[in-house]
Design a protein around this ligand. Structure first.
Ligand SMILES: [Zn+2]
Length: 497
């Protein structure tokens, strides 16, 4: 089993300075390696197969050192080592770009001795990172970018280098450092890759731990799923559930109070001189507020995910393309060539709300928790979920009017969002062929309910109060209180949902 734990570090002043310095040096190495790879890439693929860009000499396969990625050091494998001893030829006589950059690190350390202060594993991870971003690019991701100070915030140690003892962690070449041991690493787990990350409120470390003897969380087969909850993500409420309930959306970044505070702090930044210390201080306050908002959101979403998963064996969510939903409106041009209003200013507010709700993050958390708690998450196509009638399955655009849903076919009236949540549930059952058990819903009616409820004669018999089921005076009988659970203060009315 492979797990990941996160802790906050407590470096002293020297250690903190050292870590910051490392980040700068590593970033410089990253950018240098990237520049080298980009040069190699252009030479081969854009400028033609030239050995030298300046005089455009054609490449000679045997004598020229041109390779796909880099122009550093010796591009050829030396042919020695294990392969030669065993009498077999290397598959490719050329070294890969990341291998070449890796071999070049020694030269770097000779030329710039201050790089020797950095752990070699950490330094070696940099060409690997460049290589990874290029591999992603070859598979269709964007072209690798140079890193600036704000987007290069972490470095990793290789497995087996970091040690932990009590509330102290040993980071090679930095030394023993205190940390907040907020949860202990389970016994038998060994420490794998360790990533140190700088955030606005300090340094954090995330530790991958593994124990091969412990099996992974079991995957539940679809046939074992008995109950399922459909979820519809929204903005006025964060999640609407198919059982009729919903979870509030606190709007951590877009509520009035936070927006005002953010505006004030951002204005303070803009009024300071560029490059001044005061501007830096003001900027730090903005970053801290962003961090606070993010932490609040994370915490709330974990809680929400837990509450959603408590209800049933499985959860169905829409497979939303949030990125597409947050696109800008297309510009509208008049015949005279002037731009007309296209509603972008309203869309901007909506986009901010969507980003604030962070549906994707919530879905990720749901998935993560579901795996850990032996439950399952199903993703369904979000198409027509808000236009379909859950009673008669009639699809009509006119059925929905804002928050209201009135089926154009059968006249079924419902809340549009809850209706969508039910559709998600139905869709998940259909697409994955689930065998859902219909539950008998017990309707609770309080005796002292302000609204009188007409009970049948049989049920009226049940709710007679006898001396033994009367709670003591001064104490209210609450449903969750185990002490009074057996009391029939609640009248139970059976109803098939
Ligand atoms: Zn209908």
């Amino acid at each position: 089993m492979l797990l990941s734990f996160k802790y906050k570090l407590r470096p002293n002043r020297q250690q903190s300075q050292k870590l910051t310095q490392w980040l700068d040096l590593l970033r410089a190495t990253y950018n240098w390696c990237l520049r080298d790879r980009i040069d190699g890439w252009h030479q081969q693929f854009i400028m033609g197969d030239y050995c030298d860009l300046k005089n455009q000499v054609e490449i000679m396969p045997l004598s020229c050192s041109l390779v796909k990625g880099t122009q550093l050091t010796n591009p050829w494998k030396d042919g020695g080592g294990k392969a030669k001893k065993e009498g077999r030829e290397n598959k490719s006589p050329k070294r890969t770009a990341s291998l070449m950059q890796d071999a070049n690190l020694q030269e770097l350390k000779d030329a710039r001795p201050w790089y020797r202060d950095i752990d070699i594993g950490v330094l070696q991870s940099i060409p690997a990172r460049v290589n990874e971003s290029f591999n992603k690019f070859f598979k269709g991701a964007g072209f690798p970018k140079f890193k600036r100070r704000h987007d290069f915030k972490s470095f990793s140690y290789k497995p087996g280098r970091v040690k932990i003892k009590g509330n102290k962690i040993y980071l090679p070449k930095v030394g023993w450092m205190r940390f907040y041991n907020s949860r202990s690493i389970p016994e038998g787990f060994e420490i794998k890759t360790v990533t140190v990350r700088q955030k606005v409120n300090g340094w954090y470390v995330s530790i991958r731990i593994e124990n091969k003897t412990v099996p992974d969380f079991p995957v539940i087969p679809d046939s074992e799923i008995k109950t399922i909850t459909g979820c519809d993500m929204g903005l006025s409420k964060l999640v609407y559930l198919s059982d009729g309930s919903s979870i509030d959306n606190p709007r951590f970044a877009t509520n009035k109070k936070t927006k005002r505070l953010m505006r004030i702090r951002q204005r303070r930044v803009s009024r300071k001189h560029k490059g001044s210390n005061n501007r830096g201080k003001a900027q730090l306050k903005v970053s801290k507020l962003h961090n606070k908002i993010q932490q609040r959101r994370e915490s709330y979403q974990w809680d929400a995910a837990k509450r959603i998963l408590e209800r049933s064996d499985a959860v169905a969510v829409e497979d939303l393309q949030v990125k597409n939903m947050m696109k800008r409106c297309k510009p509208i041009k008049s015949e005279a060539g002037r731009f007309l209003s296209n509603g972008q200013s309203a869309k901007r507010g909506l986009n901010r709300c969507i980003a604030d709700a962070s549906w994707y993050g919530l879905t990720q958390k749901l998935e993560d928790l579901a795996v850990k708690s032996g439950k399952k998450l199903y993703r369904v196509n979000p198409r027509y979920t808000s236009q379909t009638c859950s009673k008669c399955q009639h699809v009509d655009k006119d059925s929905r009017n804002g928050e209201k849903f009135i089926c154009a076919n059968c006249g079924h009236i419902d809340d549009a969002n809850l209706q969508a949540a039910r559709n998600v549930k139905i869709k998940a059952i259909e697409t994955y062929g689930l065998n859902i058990v219909k539950l008998i819903k017990l309707k609770m009616v309080r005796r002292d309910s302000p609204k009188p409820v007409q009970l049948s004669l049989f049920e009226a018999e049940l709710c007679k109060r006898s001396p033994e089921n009367t709670p003591p005076k001064g104490k209210r009988c609450v449903g969750e209180n185990p002490e009074y659970k057996q009391l029939s203060l609640w009248d139970i009315k059976g109803e098939i949902s």
